[in-house]
Design a binder for this molecule. Sequence first.
Ligand code: COA
Length: 161
Amino acid sequence: MPWRPMAAIDLPAVFTLACAIHVDHFEALEVMADKLAAYPAGCLVLDGTDGGVNGYAISHPYGKGRVPKLNHLLGGLPADADIYYIHDVAIAPAARGQGQAEAVVAMLAGHARDAGFTEMRLLSVNNTMAFWSRKGFTAIHIASLDVSSYGADAVYMGKSL
Ligand SMILES: CC(C)(COP(=O)(O)OP(=O)(O)OC[C@H]1O[C@@H](n2cnc3c(N)ncnc32)[C@H](O)[C@@H]1OP(=O)(O)O)[C@@H](O)C(=O)NCCC(=O)NCCS
């Protein structure tokens, strides 16, 4: 099944999947709803065959060298947004390895390019650095960037579009 735009009605299923996958990176349903409201064009879901959700992506324009604090409201997009930020891409374990993450990252890159951005950034967690590296992202070291709310293995990464 293809990726489709996320709607508010999807949020409970997206939240349930996020809680199951991101056990060390909890975000409240209100925080997800806030991101969907701030930038619906960057939020996608992958339907499962059983009526549930097999994956989701949350992304939005943001500021270079800045990372939204985990489990905090975004409260709208920054006026000076100069990069496209992938906040999360997650696939249910049973649906992994089928190219769906790769597909949605390519979709987000296309969207970001069309929206006029020349760079994508993200914070790699859960030891996914190798996955992002294969998608062309490289680590960006910024001494002043505090990503501690995401855990010790978090790595800020970026890619030119
Ligand atoms: C990371 C994640 C989204 C990848 O999903 P997926 O369905 O396995 O991804 P795809 O099938 O599109 O994989 C595409 C390629 O990446 C590779 N890959 C997937 N996960 C990888 C990982 N953790 N490390 C290295 N390579 C990885 C696959 O082997 C595949 O390579 P191939 O095309 O050469 O076979 C999934 O593992 C996940 O949901 N993880 C938990 C949530 C998470 O941490 N998300 C990232 C937040 S920053």
